[in-house]
Design a protein around this ligand. Structure first.
Ligand code: S3P
Length: 469
Protein backbone atom coordinates (compact mmCIF):
# COMPACT_ATOMS: atom_id res chain seq x y z
CA UNK A 1 0.00 0.00 0.00
CA UNK A 2 1.32 3.41 -1.01
CA UNK A 3 1.37 6.09 1.67
CA UNK A 4 0.97 9.64 0.33
CA UNK A 5 -0.22 13.05 1.47
CA UNK A 6 -3.84 11.90 1.54
CA UNK A 7 -3.38 8.75 3.60
CA UNK A 8 -5.72 8.61 6.58
CA UNK A 9 -4.01 7.40 9.74
CA UNK A 10 -5.72 5.14 12.26
CA UNK A 11 -4.22 3.18 15.10
CA UNK A 12 -4.58 1.38 18.40
CA UNK A 13 -3.75 2.74 21.87
CA UNK A 14 -2.67 -0.03 24.23
CA UNK A 15 -0.01 -1.24 26.61
CA UNK A 16 1.43 -3.62 25.70
CA UNK A 17 0.53 -3.27 22.05
CA UNK A 18 3.06 -5.58 20.40
CA UNK A 19 0.76 -8.59 20.30
CA UNK A 20 -2.28 -6.78 18.93
CA UNK A 21 -3.87 -8.36 15.87
CA UNK A 22 -5.64 -5.11 14.94
CA UNK A 23 -2.92 -3.65 12.65
CA UNK A 24 -3.00 -6.86 10.65
CA UNK A 25 -6.79 -6.80 10.39
CA UNK A 26 -7.34 -3.12 9.72
CA UNK A 27 -4.64 -2.77 7.08
CA UNK A 28 -6.11 -5.74 5.27
CA UNK A 29 -9.59 -4.18 5.42
CA UNK A 30 -8.20 -0.90 4.01
CA UNK A 31 -6.53 -2.76 1.18
CA UNK A 32 -9.65 -4.81 0.41
CA UNK A 33 -12.03 -1.85 0.47
CA UNK A 34 -9.62 0.33 -1.52
CA UNK A 35 -9.44 3.09 1.09
CA UNK A 36 -6.23 5.11 1.38
CA UNK A 37 -5.78 4.37 5.09
CA UNK A 38 -3.01 3.00 7.26
CA UNK A 39 -3.30 1.61 10.78
CA UNK A 40 -0.45 1.61 13.29
CA UNK A 41 0.21 0.44 16.88
CA UNK A 42 0.68 3.14 19.57
CA UNK A 43 2.08 2.02 22.90
CA UNK A 44 0.60 4.40 25.48
CA UNK A 45 1.18 4.43 29.24
CA UNK A 46 -1.82 5.10 31.49
CA UNK A 47 -0.32 8.37 32.65
CA UNK A 48 0.00 9.54 29.03
CA UNK A 49 -3.48 8.60 27.84
CA UNK A 50 -4.99 12.07 27.99
CA UNK A 51 -2.04 13.56 26.13
CA UNK A 52 -2.23 10.74 23.57
CA UNK A 53 -5.93 11.40 22.82
CA UNK A 54 -5.34 15.17 22.57
CA UNK A 55 -2.29 14.59 20.44
CA UNK A 56 -4.21 12.27 18.15
CA UNK A 57 -6.80 14.98 17.63
CA UNK A 58 -4.11 17.55 16.84
CA UNK A 59 -2.40 15.17 14.45
CA UNK A 60 -5.67 14.62 12.61
CA UNK A 61 -5.66 10.91 13.40
CA UNK A 62 -8.74 9.57 11.65
CA UNK A 63 -9.84 6.90 14.12
CA UNK A 64 -8.51 4.82 16.98
CA UNK A 65 -9.02 1.55 18.76
CA UNK A 66 -8.41 1.51 22.47
CA UNK A 67 -7.71 -1.58 24.47
CA UNK A 68 -6.27 -2.88 27.74
CA UNK A 69 -5.73 -1.05 30.06
CA UNK A 70 -7.35 2.11 28.66
CA UNK A 71 -10.96 1.19 27.82
CA UNK A 72 -12.50 2.90 30.85
CA UNK A 73 -10.10 5.75 31.46
CA UNK A 74 -10.31 6.98 27.86
CA UNK A 75 -13.97 7.89 28.41
CA UNK A 76 -12.79 10.95 30.38
CA UNK A 77 -11.18 12.50 27.32
CA UNK A 78 -13.94 12.15 24.75
CA UNK A 79 -16.32 14.69 23.33
CA UNK A 80 -19.23 12.27 23.07
CA UNK A 81 -20.00 8.68 23.99
CA UNK A 82 -22.37 6.30 22.26
CA UNK A 83 -25.18 4.84 24.42
CA UNK A 84 -23.95 1.22 24.47
CA UNK A 85 -20.42 2.27 25.41
CA UNK A 86 -21.80 4.61 28.07
CA UNK A 87 -23.95 1.86 29.60
CA UNK A 88 -21.16 -0.67 29.55
CA UNK A 89 -18.62 1.84 30.81
CA UNK A 90 -16.02 0.84 28.22
CA UNK A 91 -14.93 2.31 24.90
CA UNK A 92 -12.84 0.47 22.32
CA UNK A 93 -13.29 2.69 19.26
CA UNK A 94 -12.83 6.44 18.79
CA UNK A 95 -14.41 8.08 15.79
CA UNK A 96 -13.40 11.59 14.77
CA UNK A 97 -16.18 14.18 14.74
CA UNK A 98 -16.16 17.96 14.15
CA UNK A 99 -15.59 18.61 17.86
CA UNK A 100 -13.40 15.78 19.04
CA UNK A 101 -13.59 12.00 19.36
CA UNK A 102 -16.79 10.05 19.89
CA UNK A 103 -16.41 6.77 21.79
CA UNK A 104 -18.08 3.50 20.78
CA UNK A 105 -17.99 -0.08 21.98
CA UNK A 106 -17.78 -2.53 19.10
CA UNK A 107 -17.10 -5.55 21.35
CA UNK A 108 -20.83 -5.81 22.10
CA UNK A 109 -22.08 -5.86 18.48
CA UNK A 110 -18.96 -7.89 17.52
CA UNK A 111 -19.91 -10.62 19.98
CA UNK A 112 -23.54 -10.55 18.83
CA UNK A 113 -22.51 -10.90 15.21
CA UNK A 114 -20.23 -13.84 16.06
CA UNK A 115 -23.04 -15.58 17.97
CA UNK A 116 -25.57 -14.94 15.19
CA UNK A 117 -23.10 -16.11 12.55
CA UNK A 118 -22.74 -19.37 14.49
CA UNK A 119 -26.52 -19.84 14.24
CA UNK A 120 -27.03 -19.38 17.97
CA UNK A 121 -30.14 -17.56 19.20
CA UNK A 122 -30.38 -15.80 22.55
CA UNK A 123 -33.98 -14.57 22.61
CA UNK A 124 -36.00 -16.25 25.41
CA UNK A 125 -33.04 -18.54 26.11
CA UNK A 126 -31.65 -19.53 29.49
CA UNK A 127 -28.00 -18.50 29.58
CA UNK A 128 -24.85 -19.09 31.59
CA UNK A 129 -22.03 -16.56 31.72
CA UNK A 130 -18.64 -17.46 33.18
CA UNK A 131 -16.56 -14.53 34.41
CA UNK A 132 -17.40 -11.04 35.62
CA UNK A 133 -14.67 -8.85 34.09
CA UNK A 134 -14.82 -6.38 31.20
CA UNK A 135 -15.65 -8.98 28.55
CA UNK A 136 -18.35 -10.47 30.78
CA UNK A 137 -19.98 -7.08 31.11
CA UNK A 138 -20.17 -6.72 27.34
CA UNK A 139 -21.51 -10.29 27.02
CA UNK A 140 -24.14 -9.89 29.75
CA UNK A 141 -25.27 -6.59 28.26
CA UNK A 142 -25.54 -8.15 24.83
CA UNK A 143 -27.53 -11.13 26.14
CA UNK A 144 -29.88 -8.87 28.12
CA UNK A 145 -30.49 -6.68 25.04
CA UNK A 146 -31.17 -9.75 22.94
CA UNK A 147 -33.90 -10.89 25.29
CA UNK A 148 -32.30 -13.70 27.29
CA UNK A 149 -34.79 -15.33 29.68
CA UNK A 150 -32.30 -15.65 32.54
CA UNK A 151 -28.51 -15.38 32.94
CA UNK A 152 -26.66 -17.38 35.59
CA UNK A 153 -23.46 -15.48 36.20
CA UNK A 154 -20.64 -17.65 37.58
CA UNK A 155 -17.49 -16.06 38.90
CA UNK A 156 -14.68 -16.98 41.25
CA UNK A 157 -15.30 -13.86 43.29
CA UNK A 158 -19.02 -13.77 44.14
CA UNK A 159 -18.71 -10.09 45.14
CA UNK A 160 -17.68 -9.15 41.62
CA UNK A 161 -20.52 -11.22 40.14
CA UNK A 162 -23.00 -9.57 42.51
CA UNK A 163 -21.77 -6.11 41.60
CA UNK A 164 -22.13 -6.73 37.87
CA UNK A 165 -25.57 -8.35 38.32
CA UNK A 166 -26.80 -5.46 40.46
CA UNK A 167 -25.67 -2.90 37.91
CA UNK A 168 -27.19 -4.61 34.88
CA UNK A 169 -30.39 -5.71 36.62
CA UNK A 170 -30.96 -2.08 37.57
CA UNK A 171 -30.14 -0.88 34.07
CA UNK A 172 -32.60 -3.30 32.46
CA UNK A 173 -35.19 -2.94 35.22
CA UNK A 174 -35.57 -6.67 35.91
CA UNK A 175 -34.03 -9.46 37.93
CA UNK A 176 -32.42 -11.11 34.91
CA UNK A 177 -28.89 -11.87 36.08
CA UNK A 178 -28.39 -14.31 38.93
CA UNK A 179 -24.90 -14.14 40.44
CA UNK A 180 -23.29 -17.35 41.74
CA UNK A 181 -19.88 -18.31 43.04
CA UNK A 182 -18.08 -20.43 40.45
CA UNK A 183 -18.06 -23.41 42.81
CA UNK A 184 -21.88 -23.23 43.11
CA UNK A 185 -22.50 -24.25 39.51
CA UNK A 186 -24.44 -27.28 40.75
CA UNK A 187 -27.24 -25.01 41.90
CA UNK A 188 -28.07 -24.03 38.30
CA UNK A 189 -31.39 -25.76 37.41
CA UNK A 190 -31.14 -28.64 34.93
CA UNK A 191 -31.63 -27.61 31.32
CA UNK A 192 -29.84 -26.94 28.06
CA UNK A 193 -28.28 -23.49 28.12
CA UNK A 194 -26.50 -21.05 25.86
CA UNK A 195 -23.16 -20.16 27.50
CA UNK A 196 -20.44 -17.53 27.17
CA UNK A 197 -16.97 -18.25 28.58
CA UNK A 198 -15.43 -14.83 29.15
CA UNK A 199 -12.44 -15.50 31.43
CA UNK A 200 -8.85 -15.96 30.29
CA UNK A 201 -8.66 -19.48 31.79
CA UNK A 202 -7.42 -21.86 29.08
CA UNK A 203 -5.69 -19.19 27.00
CA UNK A 204 -2.31 -20.07 25.47
CA UNK A 205 0.07 -21.18 26.97
CA UNK A 206 -2.20 -22.48 29.76
CA UNK A 207 -4.24 -24.52 27.34
CA UNK A 208 -4.97 -27.51 29.55
CA UNK A 209 -7.22 -25.58 31.91
CA UNK A 210 -10.93 -24.80 31.89
CA UNK A 211 -12.82 -22.57 34.36
CA UNK A 212 -14.84 -25.61 35.52
CA UNK A 213 -13.21 -29.02 35.34
CA UNK A 214 -16.27 -31.14 36.14
CA UNK A 215 -17.62 -32.86 32.96
CA UNK A 216 -21.07 -33.01 34.65
CA UNK A 217 -21.35 -29.22 34.47
CA UNK A 218 -21.11 -29.30 30.70
CA UNK A 219 -24.31 -31.37 30.47
CA UNK A 220 -26.01 -28.01 30.98
CA UNK A 221 -24.53 -26.48 27.83
CA UNK A 222 -26.18 -26.87 24.45
CA UNK A 223 -24.36 -24.06 22.65
CA UNK A 224 -21.44 -21.89 23.71
CA UNK A 225 -18.96 -19.28 22.68
CA UNK A 226 -15.55 -19.06 24.32
CA UNK A 227 -14.13 -15.58 23.79
CA UNK A 228 -10.60 -17.02 23.70
CA UNK A 229 -9.22 -17.54 20.17
CA UNK A 230 -5.79 -18.92 21.03
CA UNK A 231 -5.84 -21.93 21.06
CA UNK A 232 -8.43 -22.43 18.33
CA UNK A 233 -10.11 -25.07 20.46
CA UNK A 234 -10.00 -24.45 24.19
CA UNK A 235 -10.43 -27.09 26.85
CA UNK A 236 -13.78 -25.46 27.69
CA UNK A 237 -14.91 -26.05 24.09
CA UNK A 238 -13.71 -29.67 24.29
CA UNK A 239 -15.77 -30.25 27.41
CA UNK A 240 -18.86 -28.76 25.73
CA UNK A 241 -18.42 -30.94 22.66
CA UNK A 242 -17.73 -34.05 24.74
CA UNK A 243 -21.12 -33.63 26.38
CA UNK A 244 -22.88 -33.30 23.03
CA UNK A 245 -22.95 -29.50 22.82
CA UNK A 246 -21.69 -27.13 20.14
CA UNK A 247 -19.02 -24.49 20.76
CA UNK A 248 -17.22 -21.78 18.81
CA UNK A 249 -14.15 -19.76 19.74
CA UNK A 250 -13.67 -15.98 19.96
CA UNK A 251 -11.98 -15.46 16.61
CA UNK A 252 -15.13 -14.22 14.90
CA UNK A 253 -15.77 -11.81 17.76
CA UNK A 254 -12.28 -10.40 17.28
CA UNK A 255 -12.85 -10.10 13.53
CA UNK A 256 -16.30 -8.51 13.77
CA UNK A 257 -15.39 -5.93 16.40
CA UNK A 258 -12.65 -4.87 13.97
CA UNK A 259 -15.03 -4.84 10.99
CA UNK A 260 -17.52 -2.69 12.90
CA UNK A 261 -14.79 -0.24 13.96
CA UNK A 262 -13.54 -0.02 10.39
CA UNK A 263 -17.03 0.68 9.08
CA UNK A 264 -17.54 3.39 11.71
CA UNK A 265 -14.38 5.15 10.48
CA UNK A 266 -15.28 4.72 6.84
CA UNK A 267 -19.01 5.27 6.34
CA UNK A 268 -20.20 3.91 3.04
CA UNK A 269 -17.58 1.15 2.91
CA UNK A 270 -18.37 -2.42 3.84
CA UNK A 271 -15.84 -5.10 4.67
CA UNK A 272 -16.86 -8.05 2.50
CA UNK A 273 -16.94 -11.69 3.52
CA UNK A 274 -13.85 -12.47 1.40
CA UNK A 275 -11.86 -9.85 3.36
CA UNK A 276 -13.11 -11.31 6.63
CA UNK A 277 -12.12 -14.80 5.48
CA UNK A 278 -8.65 -13.60 4.51
CA UNK A 279 -8.29 -11.81 7.84
CA UNK A 280 -9.13 -15.03 9.65
CA UNK A 281 -6.42 -16.89 7.74
CA UNK A 282 -3.89 -14.14 8.47
CA UNK A 283 -4.61 -14.30 12.20
CA UNK A 284 -4.42 -18.08 12.29
CA UNK A 285 -1.10 -17.96 10.46
CA UNK A 286 0.28 -15.34 12.83
CA UNK A 287 -0.80 -17.36 15.86
CA UNK A 288 0.86 -20.52 14.61
CA UNK A 289 4.04 -18.60 13.71
CA UNK A 290 4.12 -17.06 17.18
CA UNK A 291 3.69 -20.46 18.73
CA UNK A 292 6.46 -21.94 16.61
CA UNK A 293 8.79 -19.05 17.34
CA UNK A 294 8.27 -19.04 21.08
CA UNK A 295 7.96 -22.76 21.74
CA UNK A 296 10.88 -24.49 23.38
CA UNK A 297 12.29 -27.77 22.20
CA UNK A 298 12.61 -29.73 25.42
CA UNK A 299 14.78 -32.81 25.74
CA UNK A 300 14.15 -35.16 28.63
CA UNK A 301 15.37 -38.60 29.55
CA UNK A 302 17.61 -40.55 31.86
CA UNK A 303 21.17 -39.60 32.79
CA UNK A 304 23.39 -40.46 29.87
CA UNK A 305 20.59 -40.31 27.27
CA UNK A 306 22.46 -37.51 25.55
CA UNK A 307 20.04 -34.64 26.26
CA UNK A 308 22.78 -32.04 26.57
CA UNK A 309 25.01 -33.33 23.77
CA UNK A 310 22.11 -33.69 21.33
CA UNK A 311 20.75 -30.32 22.42
CA UNK A 312 24.08 -28.61 21.77
CA UNK A 313 24.40 -30.15 18.31
CA UNK A 314 20.82 -29.13 17.48
CA UNK A 315 21.52 -25.67 18.83
CA UNK A 316 24.55 -25.30 16.55
CA UNK A 317 22.81 -26.65 13.49
CA UNK A 318 19.70 -24.47 13.79
CA UNK A 319 21.26 -21.52 15.57
CA UNK A 320 18.81 -21.70 18.47
CA UNK A 321 20.18 -20.91 21.94
CA UNK A 322 20.21 -23.70 24.49
CA UNK A 323 19.60 -23.79 28.23
CA UNK A 324 20.48 -26.65 30.54
CA UNK A 325 18.44 -26.65 33.77
CA UNK A 326 21.26 -28.39 35.69
CA UNK A 327 23.72 -25.67 34.67
CA UNK A 328 21.24 -22.88 35.36
CA UNK A 329 20.60 -24.22 38.86
CA UNK A 330 24.32 -24.74 39.54
CA UNK A 331 24.94 -21.10 38.55
CA UNK A 332 22.08 -19.81 40.70
CA UNK A 333 23.10 -21.90 43.73
CA UNK A 334 26.82 -21.29 43.29
CA UNK A 335 27.64 -24.99 43.80
CA UNK A 336 27.71 -28.21 41.82
CA UNK A 337 24.82 -30.67 41.80
CA UNK A 338 26.85 -33.17 43.87
CA UNK A 339 27.47 -30.45 46.46
CA UNK A 340 23.80 -29.52 46.45
CA UNK A 341 22.72 -33.13 47.06
CA UNK A 342 25.28 -33.43 49.86
CA UNK A 343 24.65 -30.07 51.54
CA UNK A 344 21.02 -29.20 50.83
CA UNK A 345 19.59 -32.62 50.01
CA UNK A 346 17.77 -33.91 46.95
CA UNK A 347 14.41 -32.33 47.78
CA UNK A 348 15.91 -28.82 47.89
CA UNK A 349 17.38 -29.48 44.44
CA UNK A 350 13.98 -30.69 43.16
CA UNK A 351 12.33 -27.50 44.41
CA UNK A 352 14.92 -25.48 42.55
CA UNK A 353 14.08 -27.41 39.39
CA UNK A 354 10.39 -26.48 39.67
CA UNK A 355 11.27 -22.86 40.38
CA UNK A 356 13.58 -22.82 37.39
CA UNK A 357 10.76 -24.02 35.06
CA UNK A 358 8.37 -21.41 36.44
CA UNK A 359 10.85 -18.64 35.73
CA UNK A 360 11.46 -19.94 32.22
CA UNK A 361 7.71 -19.98 31.55
CA UNK A 362 7.35 -16.39 32.70
CA UNK A 363 10.13 -15.29 30.39
CA UNK A 364 9.06 -17.45 27.49
CA UNK A 365 7.70 -14.72 25.23
CA UNK A 366 10.69 -12.49 25.87
CA UNK A 367 13.28 -15.15 25.21
CA UNK A 368 11.86 -16.52 21.97
CA UNK A 369 12.69 -19.99 20.75
CA UNK A 370 15.02 -22.09 22.92
CA UNK A 371 16.28 -25.60 23.37
CA UNK A 372 15.95 -26.83 26.90
CA UNK A 373 17.79 -29.82 28.27
CA UNK A 374 16.42 -30.83 31.67
CA UNK A 375 17.90 -32.88 34.49
CA UNK A 376 17.00 -36.57 34.41
CA UNK A 377 14.81 -36.40 37.51
CA UNK A 378 12.90 -33.25 36.65
CA UNK A 379 9.92 -34.86 34.83
CA UNK A 380 9.23 -37.16 37.79
CA UNK A 381 7.22 -34.45 39.53
CA UNK A 382 3.71 -33.89 38.22
CA UNK A 383 3.86 -30.10 38.44
CA UNK A 384 7.06 -30.17 36.39
CA UNK A 385 5.45 -32.35 33.73
CA UNK A 386 2.68 -29.77 33.33
CA UNK A 387 5.13 -26.89 33.22
CA UNK A 388 7.20 -28.65 30.57
CA UNK A 389 4.21 -29.10 28.30
CA UNK A 390 3.39 -25.41 28.62
CA UNK A 391 6.93 -24.51 27.68
CA UNK A 392 6.94 -26.32 24.37
CA UNK A 393 7.41 -29.62 22.61
CA UNK A 394 8.75 -32.27 24.95
CA UNK A 395 10.82 -35.06 23.45
CA UNK A 396 11.84 -38.01 25.59
CA UNK A 397 15.18 -39.46 24.53
CA UNK A 398 14.76 -43.10 25.53
CA UNK A 399 17.85 -45.06 26.41
CA UNK A 400 18.51 -48.66 27.59
CA UNK A 401 20.43 -49.52 30.79
CA UNK A 402 23.29 -50.94 28.68
CA UNK A 403 23.84 -47.67 26.86
CA UNK A 404 23.70 -45.72 30.12
CA UNK A 405 26.24 -48.05 31.75
CA UNK A 406 28.50 -47.78 28.78
CA UNK A 407 28.32 -43.99 28.58
CA UNK A 408 28.58 -43.18 32.27
CA UNK A 409 31.18 -45.61 33.54
CA UNK A 410 33.59 -43.76 35.76
CA UNK A 411 31.29 -40.71 35.98
CA UNK A 412 31.42 -39.10 39.42
CA UNK A 413 29.23 -36.05 38.74
CA UNK A 414 25.85 -37.83 39.15
CA UNK A 415 25.11 -38.33 42.86
CA UNK A 416 22.31 -40.79 42.14
CA UNK A 417 24.67 -43.21 40.41
CA UNK A 418 27.35 -43.34 43.08
CA UNK A 419 28.00 -46.49 45.14
CA UNK A 420 26.64 -50.03 44.77
CA UNK A 421 26.04 -51.90 41.57
CA UNK A 422 25.56 -49.50 38.69
CA UNK A 423 23.42 -51.84 36.62
CA UNK A 424 20.89 -52.64 39.36
CA UNK A 425 20.58 -49.00 40.30
CA UNK A 426 20.04 -47.90 36.72
CA UNK A 427 17.53 -50.67 36.02
CA UNK A 428 15.52 -49.88 39.14
CA UNK A 429 15.49 -46.15 38.48
CA UNK A 430 14.55 -46.64 34.83
CA UNK A 431 11.71 -49.04 35.63
CA UNK A 432 10.15 -46.42 37.87
CA UNK A 433 10.89 -43.47 35.65
CA UNK A 434 10.02 -44.66 32.16
CA UNK A 435 6.22 -44.29 32.46
CA UNK A 436 6.69 -40.82 33.95
CA UNK A 437 9.04 -39.75 31.17
CA UNK A 438 6.45 -40.97 28.69
CA UNK A 439 3.66 -39.12 30.48
CA UNK A 440 5.66 -35.92 30.30
CA UNK A 441 6.49 -36.18 26.61
CA UNK A 442 4.78 -35.27 23.37
CA UNK A 443 7.04 -37.72 21.55
CA UNK A 444 9.49 -40.54 22.36
CA UNK A 445 12.71 -41.07 20.40
CA UNK A 446 14.79 -44.14 21.07
CA UNK A 447 18.50 -43.26 20.98
CA UNK A 448 20.20 -46.65 21.38
CA UNK A 449 22.65 -47.31 18.58
CA UNK A 450 21.95 -44.01 16.85
CA UNK A 451 24.50 -41.30 16.11
CA UNK A 452 23.84 -37.58 16.59
CA UNK A 453 22.80 -36.90 13.03
CA UNK A 454 20.17 -39.66 13.18
CA UNK A 455 18.76 -38.39 16.48
CA UNK A 456 18.68 -34.82 15.19
CA UNK A 457 16.86 -35.97 12.09
CA UNK A 458 14.29 -37.76 14.27
CA UNK A 459 13.77 -34.55 16.25
CA UNK A 460 13.36 -32.51 13.09
CA UNK A 461 10.64 -34.87 11.90
CA UNK A 462 8.77 -34.49 15.20
CA UNK A 463 8.98 -30.69 15.03
CA UNK A 464 7.79 -30.59 11.42
CA UNK A 465 4.75 -32.61 12.42
CA UNK A 466 3.93 -29.92 14.97
CA UNK A 467 5.15 -31.98 17.90
CA UNK A 468 1.93 -32.14 19.85
CA UNK A 469 0.53 -35.30 18.37
C1 S3P B 1 19.42 -36.44 37.92
C2 S3P B 1 20.01 -36.19 36.69
C3 S3P B 1 21.05 -35.19 36.52
C4 S3P B 1 20.96 -34.11 37.60
C5 S3P B 1 20.93 -34.74 38.97
C6 S3P B 1 19.74 -35.67 39.13
C7 S3P B 1 18.37 -37.48 37.99
O1 S3P B 1 20.91 -34.59 35.25
O2 S3P B 1 19.86 -33.30 37.44
O3 S3P B 1 22.12 -35.44 39.16
O4 S3P B 1 17.65 -37.53 39.00
O5 S3P B 1 18.24 -38.25 37.03
P1 S3P B 1 21.29 -35.37 33.84
O6 S3P B 1 20.14 -36.27 33.51
O7 S3P B 1 21.43 -34.26 32.88
O8 S3P B 1 22.51 -36.14 34.10
Amino acid sequence: MKIDGKTKVCGILARPVEHSMSPLLQNLFAEKTGVNLTYVPFKVEETDLEAAVKGALSLNIHGLNVTVPHKQQVMNYLDEIDKTAEEIGAVNTLVRTEQGFKGYNTDVPGLLRAVTKAGMVIKDRSCILIGAGGAAKAAAYMMAKEGAAVIYLLNRSIEKAEKLALYLNKLFGKNLIKPLALSDYQSIPKGRYFAVQSTSVGMYPFTNQAPIEDPEFYQLIEEAIDIIYNPVKTKFMEYVEASGGRAVNGLNMLLYQGVISYELWNPGFQVGSDAIYEARLLIEKKLSEEKASSDYLILTGFMGAGKTSVGLKFSEKHNIPMIDTDKLIEEQAGMTISEMFAVLGESAFREMETQCLKELLEEKKKRGRMILSVGGGLPLIEENRELLKKLGTVIYLKVSPDTVLDRLKGDLTRPLLQGGSGRERIEALLAYREPLYEAAAHEVISVDGKDFSQIIQDIEIVLEKGGEG
